[in-house]
Design a protein around this ligand. Structure first.
Ligand SMILES: Cc1cc2nc3c(=O)[nH]c(=O)nc-3n(C[C@H](O)[C@H](O)[C@H](O)COP(=O)(O)O)c2cc1C
Length: 244
């Protein structure tokens, strides 16, 4: 979604189809468009060939990373870490572990979403501490997270990892949208051997397992075979059922 903000009285040239205007208490006009988000989602694609001479600027990277940090997660546990890889040797090794997918080294940054290998008392206690810091030492908060610990900690590590990985995927989705909003190209990737990537990045020692990769960079319009091809999506009516 695009949010244009400016002082009341400024002139805007807005060519979007659906526009919501709101004059807020701070005397600014907020112009929100739904179509812009859809335009961005149409612009993005799982880039197959990136231009290795172009790097994503730090300010755009920061926005994408901040969007990942802001991703909602179940019970707010944020059970994953983001590893930002720019080291050329590590990138080359990861590329080998990912069927030689070239975007990993052609992009300027590789985001690795790595989920907790398990839920532990210590990890959930850290979440409790953050909540207490932000919202105060509320009894309901302790009751909620004590219940969570009782449910999660005894479960099999594999079940907990799978739950944590699902939270990492939410962050991946937000990252894809944030990158598109920043006009940065990206390629979500599950096509890699997670055990090898875990070894390359020494993730096991940190109690982490790699879930999904996201190279960031800029498309190479003259060399990417996928760019001229249309989007392939199921018709709306085959996806959506209305229960009225
Ligand atoms: C979780 C996930 C894993 C994917 N893994 C790969 C991959 O390893 N390599 C690749 O080139 N594309 C990969 N893709 C890209 C999808 O094939 C692509 O997103 C899908 O076909 C829709 O096309 P679009 O993203 O270009 O709109 C992956 C996408 C997702 C969401």
């Amino acid at each position: 979604m695009c949010l244009l903000v400016g002082q009341f009285g400024s002139e805007y040239i807005v060519s979007y189809k659906s526009i919501l205007h709101q004059l807020s208490a701070d005397n600014r006009i907020y112009v929100m468009t739904n179509s812009t988000l859809l335009e961005q989602l149409n612009w993005r694609y799982a880039t197959k060939k990136m231009d290795a001479t172009k790097a994503v600027p730090q300010e755009k990277l920061d926005i994408i990373i901040e969007a990942i940090r802001m991703a909602p997660t179940s019970s707010g546990t944020q059970p994953f870490k983001l590893i930002v890889v720019t080291n050329p040797e590590k990138l080359a090794d990861i590329q080998k572990a990912a069927g030689d997918q070239a975007q990993i080294t052609e992009g300027s940054h590789l985001l690795v979403f790595a989920a907790w290998d398990n839920y532990t008392t210590d990890r959930i206690d850290e979440v409790i501490d953050l909540n207490v810091e932000a919202r105060g030492d509320l009894p309901m908060l302790h009751a909620y997270y004590d219940n969570l610990k009782n449910n999660y900690v005894p479960r099999a590590a594999e079940v907990n990892y799978a739950h944590a990985a699902r939270q990492a995927y939410i962050a991946l989705g937000i990252a894809l949208v944030a990158a598109a909003e920043q006009q940065v190209d990206s390629t979500p990737m599950e096509g890699f051997d997670p055990n090898i990537v875990d070894d390359i990045l020494d993730l096991k020692a940190r109690g982490l397992r790699s879930v999904v990769l996201l190279p960031l960079g800029y498309r190479d319009p003259s060399a990417d075979w996928l760019l001229p091809m249309g989007k392939v999506r199921k018709p709306l009516e085959t996806i959506v059922t209305h229960v009225e």
